[in-house]
Write a protein that binds this ligand. Structure first.
Ligand SMILES: [Zn+2]
Length: 506
C-alpha cells in the first residue's frame, strides 16, 4: 500500500526589531493552501516534495501550508489559528506514515518565540514517536534543541541567493522515502558558534567566508557516509537566547559521526568570522563616491530596511541623501508608504503631489521627508516572482505609484515585498539600466539582480531593523558574548546538540 505522507507547514522569517507584527492579512496576501491547492503546487519546496513523493508511489496528504513575506513577529491569535487548523487536519487525516514540513526556521510568534520548535512539538505529540517528521528549512534558520528534539531530519537550502527551493523539497521528500524504505536511520547534530552577522558576505558561491564552509561541507558529504551536511547562517534579526550559525549534520545511525563533522565544520566557520563583517558607508558618502564613477547604475544598498529580512521598507534615509547630494541624477528608490500610495492614486497620473513620505509604518528608525513631485505611473502592485523561493508565486505590493521628483523616481508601494530579481521595478516598466543610482533594500539578492549591469555597489550604514552591521542592534536575548559584539571573543569549542534516535522501522 502506498505510504501516506502529511505535507504542510508555516513559513515565515521574523524580525524582533521592527514594530510591525505579522497579521492575518500578511498570510492572506501570500498563501494559505489546503487540499487540492496544496497538492497542485509544482514549484518551490512543495513542488519538489510532490514530485519525489509521487515518483516513489507515496500519497501526499494535504495538511495546511501558510506563508508570508518576512516581517515582525506573528500575532498570537494568527499563529494559534494557523497551528490549530494544521493540527486539526492532522487529527482528521487517516493513518499517516510520515510528516513532511516546509518551515523557515526563523519564525517567531508572540506566544511562541521558537515557533518551529513549538509547532513540531505539537505535531510530535499527536503523531507519536513512530512516525518520522522531516522538515526543510532556510539556511537562515535559528536551530534550537527543541526543533531538533521533535524532528528526525532537517535539511536547509544550500544556496544563497536561495535558488534551490525545488531541490530542497526533493531532498526532504527523498529523506522521507529513505526512512520509510529502512535505508536511513537518521540522527542529527547541530554545532553552533556565537556569530550574529548580516548576510552581506553570506553568499555560497566561492570565494567567501561562508562559501568556504559550504564548499567543504559538500566535499565531505560527497566523499563520505554522512547523509546531509548543511551550514547555517542564522537569521541575525531575531532577539533570542543562544543565537548563532553553525553546521547541521544528518548521519545514518552513527551519532558520533554527526557530532564530529558538525563540530569540525562549525569551527571552520568560526575561524572565518572576521571576513563576515561588512564595510559600510554613510549614504551621502556613497552618493559622492557614485558620482565619481562613470555611468550607472550605481547600487546603494540600504540593507537596514530589507523587507526580505522583516523590515517595513519605509526608510527614506538614502532618498534624503539623493535629494540633497544628487538631485539632478536619475535614480530609482523604493519606499513602502500606504498612505502616500493612496494619495497618489487619488490625484492620478500626470498630477503634481506633495507627500510626507517614509518612516510611518515603523517610526523608530527615522523621520519622514517632504517631497514635491509628479505622479507618473499607477499600478495595483501585483507581480509574479521568477525563480528563487517564491518562484511562480504572486507578489503583492498593493496600490503602488511612481512619483517623480526631477529625475528621481520614487516607487511608493502599500505593502512590503521580498526582493528577488527586479520584478517590482519591471512591473512599473522602470528602466534600471538607464539610471545613475538604484536603491536596493536587500543584502544579497541585488548581486544577482544587477549582475552585468551595475557599475558599483555600496553597502550603507543607515538606521533600521536589518542593518549591515549587527552591532547597531541591542540584542537583549543573548546571555554570553558573541561576534561581533565583542570582536575578540573566544570559545573553547562549538556548542553541540543532537536529535533523539527513534525506532522508525516501518
Ligand atoms: Zn534565507
Amino acid at each position: 500500500m502506498a505510504a501516506r505522507i502529511g505535507v504542510g507547514g508555516i513559513f515565515i522569517e521574523c524580525n524582533h526589531f521592527t514594530s510591525q507584527l505579522a497579521d492575518r492579512a500578511a498570510f492572506e496576501r501570500s498563501e494559505r493552501l489546503c487540499g487540492g491547492e496544496l497538492l497542485a503546487r509544482n514549484t518551490g519546496v512543495l513542488g519538489g516534495m510532490m514530485s519525489v513523493l509521487r515518483a516513489n508511489d507515496c500519497e501526499p496528504v494535504p495538511l495546511l501550508y501558510a506563508s508570508a513575506c518576512p516581517s515582525g513577529v506573528v500575532r498570537e491569535e494568527v499563529y494559534d489559528a494557523l497551528k490549530n487548523v494544521l493540527l486539526e487536519l492532522l487529527n482528521n487525516a487517516v493513518q499517516l506514515d510520515g510528516i513532511l514540513l516546509c518551515l523557515h526556521g526563523a519564525g517567531a510568534a508572540i506566544n511562541a518565540p521558537d515557533m518551529e520548535g513549538d509547532l513540531t512539538r505539537a505535531i510530535r505529540k499527536r503523531v507519536g514517536d513512530e512516525v518520522p517528521i522531516v522538515s526543510t528549512l532556510d539556511l537562515h534558520a535559528h536551530i534550537t534543541p527543541e526543533l531538533l528534539a521533535h524532528t528526525d531530519v532537517l535539511l536547509a537550502w544550500e544556496t544563497y541567493p536561495h535558488v534551490d527551493a525545488f531541490k530542497t523539497g526533493e531532498r526532504g521528500a527523498q529523506a522521507m522515502v529513505d526512512i520509510l524504505a529502512g535505508r536511513l536511520k537518521p540522527v542529527m547534530a547541530m554545532a553552533k558558534v556565537p556569530i550574529i552577522v548580516s548576510a552581506i558576505h553570506g553568499r555560497t558561491q566561492q570565494p567567501g567566508p561562508f562559501a568556504d564552509v559550504m564548499h567543504e561541507a559538500k566535499r565531505l558529504e560527497d566523499s563520505g557516509t554522512l547523509y546531509s551536511i548543511n551550514p547555517i547562517l542564522v537569521h541575525p534579526y531575531l532577539n533570542l537566547p543562544d543565537m548563532g550559525g553553525g553546521v547541521l549534520v544528518v548521519a545514518n545511525e552513527c551519532k558520533t559521526d554527526a557530532v564530529d563533522a558538525a563540530k569540525r565544520l562549525a569551527w571552520r566557520y568560526w575561524e572565518n568570522r572576521h571576513e563576515l563583517q561588512p564595510e559600510t558607508l554613510k549614504p551621502s558618502e556613497a552618493v559622492q563616491r557614485g558620482l565619481q564613477i562613470e555611468g550607472g547604475p550605481v547600487l546603494l544598498i540600504e540593507t537596514a530596511d530589507c523587507c526580505g529580512g522583516g523590515a517595513t521598507g519605509d526608510s527614506v534615509h538614502t532618498l534624503k541623501a539623493l535629494l540633497a547630494e544628487a538631485p539632478d541624477q536619475s535614480a530609482i528608490v523604493p519606499v513602502v508608504d500606504p498612505a502616500g500610495a493612496r494619495r497618489a492614486h487619488a490625484v492620478g497620473v500626470g498630477q503634481t503631489i506633495q507627500l510626507r513620505l517614509g518612516h510611518r509604518l515603523d517610526p523608530n528608525w527615522g523621520d519622514p521627508v517632504t517631497v514635491d513631485g509628479i505622479v507618473t505611473r499607477l499600478s495595483d502592485g501585483a507581480f509574479t516572482y521568477c525563480g528563487g523561493i517564491w518562484d511562480g508565486r504572486s507578489g503583492c505590493m498593493g496600490p503602488t505609484a511612481v512619483v517623480e521628483v526631477g529625475p528621481i523616481q520614487i516607487v511608493i508601494s502599500s505593502n512590503a515585498t521580498y526582493d528577488w530579481m527586479t520584478e517590482q521595478f519591471d512591473l512599473l516598466r522602470l528602466d534600471i539600466t538607464a539610471c545613475k543610482f538604484i536603491v536596493a533594500k536587500n543584502p544579497m539578492n541585488y548581486q544577482q539582480a544587477y549582475t552585468g549591469s551595475m557599475k558599483a555597489a555600496f553597502v550603507l550604514d543607515t538606521p533600521g531593523p536589518t542593518p549591515a552591521n549587527t552591532n547597531a542592534l541591542a540584542y537583549t536575548g543573548m546571555t554570553a558574548d558573541w561576534f561581533p559584539k565583542k570582536t575578540g571573543v573566544t570559545i573553547d569549542e562549538p556548542t553541540v546538540f543532537v536529535s533523539r534516535q527513534r525506532d522508525l522501522t516501518p
